[in-house]
Design a binder for this molecule. Structure first.
Ligand code: HEM
Length: 498
């Protein structure tokens, strides 16, 4: 009976909407899967044609087949609406998400933490939604997001990058080439994250730390494994809720290791006489923050801080190393602000003196954002692309694909930093919701400024001192494991400039 009433109401609602030229979500094109049972099987080997590792390809395929708004039924009762049109993307951020933007992600991480109330008070900032999320975010962002705080961290960041550049030659082979530059950048990101967050040097660049069983190697692997586990556990049948699946086990082990290390850091800090000014110092001094929340946030800083930054820097290096003209412009800009190696990257340099380096970063984020797009749960009914999408629907923006379409960018597959220079009159025609690598609004990346500052410093310092030659495969593809990583080695030859 209830179902008949529901069907009737839906049919009635649909008719009204059609009269007003607004269609119901049922009418939205998109894959429903075999017999309407959901398309998640299409992501399963060996028969599925999609893969979690190639979300950029399935994203493009759905756009070509169904158009700029797509409803994909994942399993019965759960669908994702994919958005490719920047106006729809703007619409969800400006209208669809209300006061507390909600995301549906990191569900298995949430379970891991909720099962351990002796250590955690909540699932942490990544999976938590609503007021509870804002309670965490508003306190934890104080030290991490404000422009002034981030600029205060610039001297430490710059010193660390200089140290990285000094040890770089020890990683060269006989041809001055580094076969796997991503691994070097992961070590730099770990070292930077631990210094800024916990006031801890990890000795990441030392030879002994390259052993897979060292503390730094294990932390890098643990962060990688945690990221890897997110998509397969968020989507599909969620069997991990009932028993420990192999993916859940991988996540659990990774979390246990990170948890052990961050608890050591917290204990050390708590007993330390001379307090520093790290994020951890600020958190421990903040009476509004519970120590269990600090454990969660500390682990999340390791989760969010290492691979996002190192992969973004790797993609920047890939594009730069393939283009001599861009390298020369970067070198000129670097020499202007850092005439000698010992000159410092100052606040003034960061704020206004490196427009070309900034344009290179922006163009890197256009072609190689580390996330396919941004996910939100709608907080109220929203009209998107002429369809009424009900409250509580999960929508995900497809910025990676949208940024590679001719209708949004001329010559879209060419790496052209000049698009972003003030002198380019076409710049104002670019839709502001196309390149949003850190998400958007109150829920955007908590460490955006910190990450940008670190990448810009690395690019400046490397291009100041070196000419680069790309030695990797012809076109570097990506592989998605929550975040997009280079699919093959980032291999670069470094030629010292005089
Ligand atoms: C290039 C580097 C980075 C990129 C491209 C990036 C990108 C993102 C994106 C797309 C989101 C989701 C935003 C949204 O839903 O609107 C996010 C959230 C987040 N990021 Fe980053 N991120 C980067 C670096 C970092 C770093 C260095 C850290 C920590 C040290 C970090 C910690 C976080 C956290 C904790 C969140 C969750 C925020 C919340 O839900 O309130 N990220 N990031």
């Amino acid at each position: 009976m209830l179902r008949r009433i529901k069907n009737f109401t839906r049919k009635f609602q649909t008719e009204i909407l059609v009269k007003n030229d607004i269609k119901s979500m049922d009418m939205m094109p998109g894959p429903r899967g075999f017999l309407g049972l959901g398309n998640v099987f299409n992501y399963t080997k060996p028969f599925g044609k999609y893969s979690w590792l190639d979300l950029h390809k399935s994203g493009m395929d759905k756009y070509r087949k169904y158009g700029s708004i797509v409803c994909e039924r994942m399993v019965p009762g759960f669908s994702i609406v994919w958005l490719y049109d920047p106006n729809d993307i703007a619409q969800i951020f400006n209208d669809g998400i209300g006061n507390f933007p909600c995301r549906r992600s990191h569900l298995a991480l949430q379970k891991y933490r909720q099962d351990r109330p002796e250590t955690y008070r909540s699932g942490g900032i990544l999976p938590t939604n609503g007021q509870e999320w804002w309670k965490l975010r508003s306190e934890f962002q104080k030290g991490l997001s404000s422009p002034q705080n981030v600029r205060n961290l610039l001297p430490q960041t710059d010193d660390m990058v200089r140290e990285f550049i000094s040890v770089l030659p020890s990683r060269f082979d006989n041809d001055c080439t580094i076969q796997d530059f991503v691994s070097e950048l992961e070590r730099l990101s770990l070292e930077l994250t631990c210094l800024i967050a916990f006031d801890q040097r990890m000795n990441s660049f030392a030879e002994e730390e390259r052993d897979p069983n060292s503390r730094t190697s294990r932390l890098i692997i643990a962060s990688d494994n945690s990221n890897d586990a997110v998509l397969p556990t968020d989507q599909g049948l969620q069997l991990w809720r009932f028993f420990e699946t192999p993916t859940y086990k991988k996540l659990r082990k990774a979390q246990e290791y990170k948890e052990k290390i961050v608890i050591e850091f917290i204990q050390k800090k708590a007993y330390q006489k001379d307090k520093g000014n790290s994020l951890l110092d600020q958190y421990l001094n903040n009476p509004n923050i519970n120590v269990k929340d600090i454990v969660g946030m500390s682990a999340d800083l390791l989760l969010g801080g290492i691979h996002t930054t190192s992969f973004s820097t790797s993609f920047a290096m890939y594009h730069i190393a393939r283009n001599e003209r861009i390298q020369n412009l970067l070198h000129q800009e670097a020499m202007k602000v850092l005439p000698t190696f010992d000159d410092k990257v100052t606040t003034q340099v960061m704020n206004s003196e490196i427009p070309y380096t900034r344009a290179v970063l922006k163009e890197t984020f256009r072609l190689n954002p580390v996330s396919i797009g941004v996910g939100r749960i709608l907080n109220h009914d929203t009209i998107l692309g002429g369809y009424l999408v009900p409250k509580d629907t999960t929508v995900v923006t497809q910025n990676f694909v949208a940024c590679r379409l001719e209708e949004n960018f001329s010559d879209p597959l060419t790496f052209l930093p000049e698009r972003w220079l003030k002198t380019n009159h076409q710049k104002s025609n670019i839709h502001p919701y196309l390149v949003i690598p850190f998400g958007h609004g109150m829920r955007s990346c908590i460490a955006r400024r910190l990450a940008e500052q670190a990448i810009l410093t690395v690019v400046l310092r490397i291009l100041r001192d070196y000419k680069l030659e790309w030695k990797g495969c012809e076109e570097l593809d990506i592989s998605t494991r929550l975040i997009n990583r280079p699919k093959s080695d980032v291999t670069i030859k470094f030629i010292k400039r005089n």
